[in-house]
Design a protein around this ligand. Structure first.
Ligand code: GTP
Ligand code: MG
Length: 638
């Protein structure tokens, strides 16, 4: 069955709770204090089935001191019943609650003129006119206005009809999104333990699910679920849910916490957003401390004003009725994602001053008042050319990450997409050539292009300055050019360049077709040094003896020796160089002793006619090469 959550809104004493009771038979004022004082203090809940639709009501307090509680209720509603007492007409919290619903982008609603039995035709007409004036140009501009009396029951049938027809036009919430339930109540039920309630604003929760509680970073298990008082195996987005949680005490939870799918959200201290200031609010100063309301949470925060979306005006403050790009810094951790709507109230006196939407829940620590920052805000905020605002934002996040790439998971936790939308977005952007998929990362094609070009240039320069080198080592290339890039991005660039035939990537990286080029002097030295080592066999010369022996300068001897090592003609054993053929011959000779004799240092020295200086490193070399193994003072051949 379809479920719709309907919130009340309106001034104190205008008959919101009486209306909910008249519609559902349930008194939403459940607290003793509420009943004693005849006012609503905290949220109340009731429900009704009409025309095959489940209508869940969230009744809010009208008192100006409890707007905070009203906000905790308004966060998850699909429809608003804007309640105006016919005998009093529009009052301050009628306006404030209406503005809150408008700023939260509640999609639709019904206007109810209550206490019709106390008003004559003229008063009713006046209330009707004033209410129409209030909502002109807003989402409620064409909403039906129904006059009712909760006392006599007049108009209730018409209201039920208006509600079910408005409900049928409401687009359902996304059950494919990540599970997310801002907690509005926590209590314990005898025999069950901890129970939380709230509106499941997206996704699905099943019995036995393991969920996270953010920002506390706790893990809980769903022991049981109730939807509208009935036990269910699962609850879907748009339903009011009571969840019995295992693994947690009542004292460890509070209103404002979020029950959600593990990994889907990351708590944050700082977000970028766009805000609309109410026309009758005071100007909002740069750096102002405010109360930030979102879901069922209230957080203290400071607002840094970046710029107006059109770039006009000063960033020192936001004028009433204007919008602005801002960075919000929270005094505690917030659970937010892109697209989340929020309300901002002045710190003192606490009145609603505006509201807006989160553009980036995890912005980098970058300047926000530069031309580049304004451009970035615009990319995050608005559709551009044939790009939707969401795609444009994903590309902005990707560009910002450079070679590190944007992990696929960020499309959910940062771009606010459902898993299926994230996949569709990836394919769409990659298909259009706007993004490149490298494993699990999304990388800017321009960044990849730039990395390729820089690698080619660096290899060319390397060949020019070190003609004796076969190429740049992978480690050097990675560190110098790909320092902040993901390892997968480095490999991707190499693969692309190799398959395009532009480079050769073996132990070292070289431009395709590169050959080591020796000067005549170096060529002579190479020949001389090689011969020297070949003839010396297992008793080679020290490196310091090479310049004199080959009759070249020390730098040339050094370069050539290194080249011979890279070419594996010479092999380094500890601090000494040996000819590879000498070592190969030694290995074969020692292997031939297998099963016949053990090898000890003295015999080894004698067999090859070498001193201890060579014998010890060579024996250890044989151990490392697994030709021999040391047993006590001698060695066995393996
Ligand atoms: N005559 C008459 N009285 C009504 C009607 N609706 C509500 N009342 C009375 O108006 C008073 C306030 O009603 P509530 O329903 O508590 O008002 P509310 O809007 O919920 O008030 P808060 O929750 O405190 O903001 C109560 O004494 C109700 O009995 C109505 O249709 N006719
Ligand atoms: Mg009430």
């Amino acid at each position: 069955m379809r479920s719709i959550v309907i919130g009340t809104a309106g001034h104190i004493d205008h008959g919101k709770s009486a209306l909910v009771r008249a519609l559902t038979g349930t008194d939403p004022d459940r607290l003793k204090e509420e009943q004693a004082r005849g006012i609503t203090i905290d949220l109340g809940f009731a429900h009704l089935e009409a025309d095959g639709v489940n209508l869940a009501f969230v009744d809010v307090p009208g008192h100006e001191r409890f707007v905070k509680n009203m906000l905790a209720g308004a966060g998850g509603i699909d429809l608003v019943m804007l309640v105006v007492a016919a005998d009093e007409s529009v009052m301050p919290q009628t306006r404030e609650h209406f503005q809150i619903c408008r700023l939260l982008q509640v999609p639709a609603g019904v206007i109810v003129l209550t206490k019709a039995d106390l008003a004559d035709a003229e008063m009713l007409e006046l209330a009707r006119i004033e209410t129409r004036e209030l909502v002109a140009g807003s989402f409620l501009a064409d909403a039906p206005i129904v006059a009712v009396s909760s006392k006599t029951g007049d108009g209730l049938d018409a209201l039920r009809e208006a509600l079910t027809s408005a409900a049928s036009a409401v687009r359902g919430r996304d059950p494919a999104g990540p599970a997310r339930l801002p907690i509005d109540r926590v209590f314990s039920v005898k025999g069950f333990g901890t129970v939380v309630t709230g509106t499941l604003v997206s996704g699905r929760i099943r019995q036995d699910d393991e969920l996270s509680v953010l920002p506390r970073e706790l893990t809980v298990k769903v022991r049981g679920l109730q939807v509208h008082g009935r036990h269910e195996g699962a609850a879907d987005a748009g339903q009011r849910v009571a969840a019995n949680l295992g693994g947690i005490e009542v004292a460890d939870l509070a209103r404002g916490d979020t029950l959600c799918a593990p990994g889907a959200f990351e708590a944050t201290r700082r977000v970028d957003a766009v805000i609309d200031l109410l026309p009758d609010a005071r100007a909002l100063r740069h750096g102002a401390r405010v109360r930030f309301h979102h879901g069922t949470t209230e957080l203290l925060a400071r607002i840094a004003v970046a710029a107006a979306p059109d770039g006009e005006g000063t960033a020192a403050e936001i004028a009433p009725g204007r919008s602005a790009y801002i960075r919000i810094r929270f005094e505690a951790r917030a659970v937010l994602t892109r697209g989340d709507r929020f309300i901002v109230r002045a710190y003192s006196p606490s009145v609603t001053i505006g509201g807006g939407a989160v553009l980036d829940p995890h912005p980098p620590r970058s300047a926000i008042r530069t031309p580049a920052a304004l451009l970035r805000y615009r990319r995050l905020d608005a559709a551009a050319g044939d790009l939707t605002a969401s795609d444009s934002a994903v590309l902005a996040f990707m560009d910002e990450r450079g070679g590190a790439g944007l992990p696929r998971s960020a499309l959910v936790s940062r771009a606010g997409l459902s898993a299926s939308d994230a996949d569709a977005t990836l394919s769409r952007l990659a298909g259009a050539g706007r993004a490149t998929r490298v494993g699990d990362l999304l990388v800017s094609p321009a960044v990849l292009h730039d990395l390729s070009n820089r690698l080619l240039a660096a290899l060319t320069a390397h060949h020019a300055s070190q003609p004796l080198s076969e190429g740049m080592s992978r480690e050097e290339a990675r560190e110098r050019l790909f320092g902040r890039a993901a390892p997968a991005v480095f490999e991707h660039v190499l693969e692309q360049l190799v398959s395009a035939g532009k480079i050769v990537a073996r132990d070292r990286l070289a431009i395709a077709g590169h050959h080591v080029s020796l000067s005549p002097e170096e060529a002579r030295a190479q020949e001389a040094i090689e011969r020297l080592f070949r003839e010396a066999g297992l008793a080679p010369p020290a490196e310091s003896a090479l310049p004199a022996a080959a009759n070249v300068s020390a730098p040339v001897a050094d370069r050539v020796a290194k080249l011979l090592v890279r070419q594996k003609t010479l092999v380094k054993v500890d601090a000494m160089l040996f000819h590879a053929e000498a070592l190969a011959g030694l290995k074969a000779d020692v292997l031939a002793l297998k099963g016949k004799a053990r090898v000890d240092v003295a015999a080894f020295k004698e067999r090859y006619g070498i001193s201890r200086k060579y014998a010890i490193p060579l024996l250890e070399y044989l151990d490392r090469e697994r030709i021999t193994r040391r047993v006590g003072d001698s060695r066995v051949v393996l």
